[in-house]
Ligand binder design. Structure first.
Ligand SMILES: [Ca+2]
Ligand SMILES: [Ca+2]
Length: 162
């Protein structure tokens, strides 16, 4: 009986481990409902829009999903997101993120956490506030999806994070 119980116990542990790790990808993803996806079995859920909006409208859309435009705080998270958009969407897509310097020029903060950026992945010579009107962060499709500041009124695809 002890053996049976051990096997049962091991099976249960394995089952919950598999569930927790999301080994079945997006099919079994506890607490994660479409259109959100969980990347790399991480704790955060992302929504990748297949339509475009201005930065503010994109943020409003994210809020309507109880999320914010995405905050990227590490190279690992950045790589994960860039790999995902490259593999799943046309490379011509450009993506709004939650970074902006609307309140104070040159002071970049995340809309979701209100915190000042620490990790950054700017393309060389960015942010340049070109024309004195670039206050929103996007993944730059033409430059290896590195970061650029852009006019917030442009319509772009966007990434929400919950
Ligand atoms: Ca700016
Ligand atoms: Ca720029």
């Amino acid at each position: 009986m002890a053996v049976t119980r051990s096997v049962l116990c091991f099976g249960l542990i394995l089952f919950f481990f598999v569930l927790q790790r999301g080994v079945f990808g997006h099919v079994i993803c506890p607490g994660c409902q479409a259109p959100f996806v969980r990347l790399d079995h991480g704790c955060y859920m992302y929504l990748f829009s297949n339509f475009t909006k201005s930065w503010s409208d994109a943020q409003a859309y994210c809020r309507s999903k109880y999320a914010n435009l995405a905050t990227i705080t590490s190279q690992r998270e950045n790589n994960m997101i860039v790999s995902y958009v490259r593999s799943k969407f046309p490379v011509s897509f450009s993506w709004w993120l939650g970074g902006n310097d609307m309140a104070q020029e040159g002071r970049w903060v995340w809309v979701g956490t209100k915190s000042v950026m620490t990790y950054t992945n700017w393309y060389p010579d960015q942010p340049d506030d070109s024309g004195g009107r670039e206050d929103c962060l996007h993944l730059w499709q033409n430059y290896a999806h590195r970061w650029n500041d852009e006019w917030c009124g442009f319509a772009k695809n966007f990434i929400c994070e919950q």
